[in-house]
Design a protein around this ligand. Sequence first.
Ligand code: ATP
Ligand code: XMP
Ligand code: GLN
Ligand code: MG
Length: 521
Amino acid sequence: MTQQPDHDLVLVVDFGAQYAQLIARRVREARVYSEIVPHTLPVEEILARKPKAIILSGGPSSVYAEGAPGIDTAIFTSGTPVFGMCYGFQLMASGLGGEVAHTGAREYGRTDVVVGEPGTLLADIPAEHRVWMSHGDSVTAAPEGFTVLASTASTPVAAFENVDSGLAGVQWHPEVLHSEHGQAVLEHFLHDIAGCRQTWTMLNIVEEQVERIREQVGDGRAICALSGGVDSAVAAAIVQRAIGDRLTCVYVDHGMMRLGETEQVRRDFEEVFDALDVVDAADQFIDALAGVSEPEQKRKIIGREFIRTFEAAQVRVFGDADEGETAYLVQGTLYPDVVESGGGAGTSNIKSHHNVGGLPDDLKFELIEPLRTLFKDEVRAVGEQLGLPSTMVWRQPFPGPGLGIRIIGEVTRERLDLLREADAIAREELTRAGLDRDIWQMPVVLLADVRSVGVQGDGRTYGHPVVIRPVTSEDAMTADWARLPYDVIERISTRITNEVAEVNRVTLDVTSKPPGTIEWE
Ligand SMILES: Nc1ncnc2c1ncn2[C@@H]1O[C@H](COP(=O)(O)OP(=O)(O)OP(=O)(O)O)[C@@H](O)[C@H]1O
Ligand SMILES: O=c1[nH]c(=O)c2[nH+]cn([C@@H]3O[C@H](COP(=O)(O)O)[C@@H](O)[C@H]3O)c2[nH]1
Ligand SMILES: NC(=O)CC[C@H](N)C(=O)O
Ligand SMILES: [Mg+2]
């Protein structure tokens, strides 16, 4: 993103934190514009961007370890306010003459913190509250001139500040929802210590992206990969604002969509986006997947076939490109797609989302991804502000590879038909129970290579099990299994086993994320 002249900027320096984007997102929630920079960016360059404040993130290293990422201590005397979280807090302590040690007192997860002296950072926050910790090192002495504000049973210095110098820090992670009053702590720093103005709103994201896309595309043309989901709908609406009818939306029916989905998307979207190109590519995708059961291989094949389909659509819609003309592809990529594909700073690959890690190496499109730094609930807020219909904004997520990653085993047309039927029943019952908004999503998974014995109509059956996986979530980064009412589960189970031939058993997935992911592949 480009700098916002009318807004104060907060830079989050990333030391390999798991949740750096979450910090930036919490800052935006406090109505201050924020971006992330890697810790390798020299301090002069950080300061040259004229941030109103700087946040040092957490990270996996130990400050005194050889090769641990550090920061030039000039950052603490530059006059720009700095806030340290966890590793960032330890860096501030050690950089200014305090002490950090490996005390053997480790805290992971829920921890009770006691506020001894609220100061400015912890003003009006209950003296005892619960926070989320994840550290093995501890600050054992605060630097001179700092006031120690809080402690825990095993960490004597859990928060400190030096308001005159604009410096403060906490050992815990105020950015995660499990930390009580985390947002208040962050806002005390941003508003009361650093004096950041509260001017940023989601609408600014739209304006800024529209401007940027106009510059990027000039008088060129773009196609948008539109799935029927909220992310691509919002991305398309933003790009349409920027380049008008030089945008064409392309929906791919890869044969792994749900029952009636293509017709529904066509109906709903033609009203909002005049030109919707619907491509029937079922044979192409299913043939390409023949004989493949390994999940990453499936994802890569699906990612590749998506791009081949968009290339063909580009030529069909716009004709052959002129010499040197750039082909643009809009995707509704969000930040969680990027992290899981291993695209964050130092994060590992969990699964290759088709639109990020699953893209082929010979990609010729220049990508336009206006939502790449955002989380789903932020995207929904943007969608509402853009006036998109609420059925579109609140639609449950559905993965790009579709039912293909919900068949555990090889994807075949017969298996897809089975799963489509079971999935339609489960979704119908969830809607009937009025639970669509309470449940984040509810994959139905076909264990295609597993069979179990049943008895139906006094006869033996040897059919497949399906798994239903209802989950609740805030942003898909973490999730919990949803406690669906028993009578809803019962109706789903009875109907699926009665109505779907070949399925004689329904099981319920009761795993949170982590350790399980939402989808099974
Ligand atoms: N069937 C499809 N046809 C065209 N593009 C698709 C299709 N499925 C996925 N995409 C592209 O891949 C992107 C990522 O898919 P993803 O499922 O994460 O987002 P979404 O479908 O827009 O929203 P949601 O997460 O709510 O389902 C989409 O934003 C879209 O650009
Ligand atoms: O567009 C997508 N392409 C993919 O390859 C993909 N894989 C998972 N998902 C969706 O992402 C969210 C997190 O899913 P996981 O916990 O299974 O990783 C959930 O909402 C999943 O449905 C995908 N979406
Ligand atoms: N989450 C963190 O930033 C951890 C900091 C440091 N690695 C520790 O264990 O103390
Ligand atoms: Mg989707």
